[in-house]
Write a protein that binds this ligand. Structure first.
Ligand SMILES: Nc1ncnc2c1ncn2[C@@H]1O[C@H](COP(=O)(O)OP(=O)(O)OP(=O)(O)O)[C@@H](O)[C@H]1O
Ligand SMILES: [Mg+2]
Length: 258
């Protein structure tokens, strides 16, 4: 079968070098079915953000091919929602304004004004931040800004969602609450999601598959199937035997490749 006919996100022989000539991301070959959440872990500098940037179309130079349902990922009709590592909010726009602008730029602003307003309100409420609509990003805590960035990514109704350590600024309790909120929102709009995290537990709690990037750029990527944990009720995952087994598997890969 021709690779262009494979459905989902197909990453073929992707490699990135920045101008310095240093390899930022070794060869990546991944086929990720549509409507799944894939968590990505790897040591600092292993290329996690670079991988997301390449898919988001933010890198002018890379080699390899990126396809979504057989079409180039950067086609105009494929919407990609990105939650960058630094939130990427416009400081001169309110929370509401940030989402409005994103909808306008991506052409996701279909429907009439009332419908668009309802959509903004819906995603803000679902992230628990409806009361922050008129505030400016710099007046918000890191965790609040992360929620705005996630609401904004959902609001454009993307086919692909890229999240770069979206919960890194949160305390453990808030983090767990937001993991649940994220999963609930994702179920309502199951985009193909790549979710970068530093946290092994989070990778197991959220991912259908877990992608482990190695420290050495010539070393191979490990992909663990995590369907058993993914299928459980969120609150039952952490205490399960499968969760414990996955932790051990990941630790083993980390010992070998980090
Ligand atoms: N704009 C750039 N120019 C040159 N090199 C870069 C650039 N951005 C990243 N790199 C290099 O590419 C490699 C991968 O960086 P990247 O930011 O993708 O790592 P990461 O896995 O996201 O790390 P972290 O966990 O610290 O966020 C690093 O060696 C980094 O120094
Ligand atoms: Mg990064």
């Amino acid at each position: 079968m021709s690779s262009s006919r494979i459905s989902g996100l197909c990453i073929q022989e992707l490699q990135v070098e920045y101008k310095s000539g240093q390899v930022a991301l070794g060869q990546v070959n991944l086929t990720l079915p549509e409507h799944g959440i894939y968590t990505i872990i790897g040591p600092s500098g292993s290329g996690k953000s670079t991988l997301l940037r390449a898919i988001a179309g933010l890198l002018p130079n890379y080699t390899g091919e990126l396809l979504f349902n057989g079409k180039p990922v950067h086609d105009k009709d494929i919407l990609v929602g990105l939650v960058p590592q630094n939130y990427g909010l416009l400081p001169w726009k309110t929370v509401h304004g940030n989402i409005q602008v994103a909808m306008k730029i991506t052409g996701a602003a279909g429907g009439d004004k009332a419908e668009r307003e309802a959509r903004i309100t819906h995603w803000l409420s679902s992230m628990g931040i409806a009361d922050l609509a008129d505030r400016y990003p710099l007046s918000l805590s890191g965790g609040q800004q992360q929620r705005v960035a996630i609401a904004r990514a959902f609001a454009i109704l993307p086919q692909i969602m890229l999240l770069d350590e979206p919960f890194s600024a949160l305390d453990a309790v808030t983090r767990e609450a937001l993991q649940q909120i994220f999963l609930d929102n994702w179920l309502a709009h199951p985009a193909t999601a790549l979710f970068v995290t530093h946290d092994v537990d989070e990778a197991i709690l959220l991912g259908q598959r877990i992608i482990i990037l190695p420290a050495g750029k010539a070393d191979s990527i490990e992909v663990l199937d995590n369907a058993a944990v993914f299928g459980m009720k969120h609150e039952e995952k952490r205490g399960s035997n499968e969760f414990f087994e996955q932790t051990k598997r990941i630790r083993k890969v980390m010992q070998e490749k980090w």
